[in-house]
Design a protein around this ligand. Sequence first.
Ligand SMILES: *[C@@H]1O[C@H](CO)[C@@H](O)[C@H](O)[C@H]1NC(C)=O
Ligand SMILES: *[C@@H]1O[C@H](CO)[C@@H](O)[C@H](O)[C@H]1NC(C)=O
Ligand SMILES: *[C@@H]1O[C@H](CO)[C@@H](O)[C@H](O)[C@H]1NC(C)=O
Length: 369
Amino acid sequence: MRSIFAFALGLLSLAHALPSAKAKSALATTNGTRFSIDGETKYFAGTNSYWIGFLTNNKDVDTVLDHISASGLKILRVWGFNDVTSKPSSNTVWFQLLSASASQINTGSNGLQRLDYVVQSAEKRGVKLIINFVNNWSDYGGMPAYVTAFGGTKEGWYTNTKAQAQYRKYIAAVVGRYVNSPAIFAWELGNEPRCKGCSTDVIFKWATETSAYIRSLDHDHMITLGDEGFGLAAGTSYPYQTGEGVDFEKNLAIKNLDFGVFHFYPGSWSVSNDSGPKWVKDHAAACKKAGKPCLFEEYGTDSNHCALQKPWQQAALQVAADGMGGDLFWQWGDKISTGQTSNDGNTIYYASTDATCLITDHVKAINAL
Ligand SMILES: *[C@@H]1O[C@H](CO)[C@@H](O)[C@H](O)[C@H]1NC(C)=O
Ligand SMILES: *[C@@H]1O[C@H](CO)[C@@H](O)[C@H](O)[C@H]1NC(C)=O
Ligand SMILES: *[C@@H]1O[C@H](CO)[C@@H](O)[C@H](O)[C@H]1NC(C)=O
């Protein structure tokens, strides 16, 4: 009895001493042009699952995170938004209802509690999440849903007072839920923000102010923009231009953005598949110059996954000491209780031959660096 009591006391004081030390070292950070996770500074691989926060079965969430973690992937990027302009039926997951007069953030069991479970499950498995707050595209609402609710245009979204006020309310709601979680890798302003034909000042100013706002809510977790990496002086083809209102190098200098991200979809951008290595290395060089890591955050092709994407991964590893901190392929595929997860043509399914090539072999190459 006495010894049990002493043991329990010992545990109590340990539990009391642990949180701050643990929370600090467990937080993902930058370390020069590399990332550091759980105190380890190296190159990290990961993936994207836009749908994991919309699953309604906890076991499915656990299955996916078990597989991701067992594959040696450390970073998972998920959609932290799910905007609607009218309330769906009760078994449909939604996070925010946008309305000129009565916007509502859904903290119920078909709302942010679904994202809570992803964060909890990731925490248990040591997987780190990138959570973003709005979509450029209309999937899951996005900026077009704000335009429906508050008026104006898609290009005007970045400066629309009512839209921005609601966007900030939403950010505060999400950041507030996970501000102390070691499972957050970074907050992300949006998915692929573009402002076609706009001055690059529009997104620059919005990103400067929004990242400062997030920093005021959360001093510790990293923050990033979520753009495609457009606008680089090192080339002349479409993605190197600033026509979508994005200037990668200018945005990279924003104080409260901790690292740069970029995507690569040669199919949708009409550039050659083998321009990937240059695209990767040009971003790494810009990141090295800025003294911040780059994350190759999305990449994909709708066929020939292994043959086409392997050289992009190899290029990233070649500059792992020169600006490139990690990469996340688009997108994770798995088998869950409802069958196969979303197949958009780009999906790399767990335990497939594509997964051997782009995950197993890639993780081996990273460990051999
Ligand atoms: C940063 O990285 C360097 C080089 O890999 C390492 O020696 C150092 O311990 C790291 N610092 C932190 C705080 O992780
Ligand atoms: C995403 O942004 C670009 C540039 O503003 C625009 O052309 C495109 O239509 C947007 N997507 C949607 C669905 O608004
Ligand atoms: C790139 O690869 C895709 C998928 O195999 C193919 O459909 C496309 O034609 C290729 N693009 C070019 C420009 O060769």
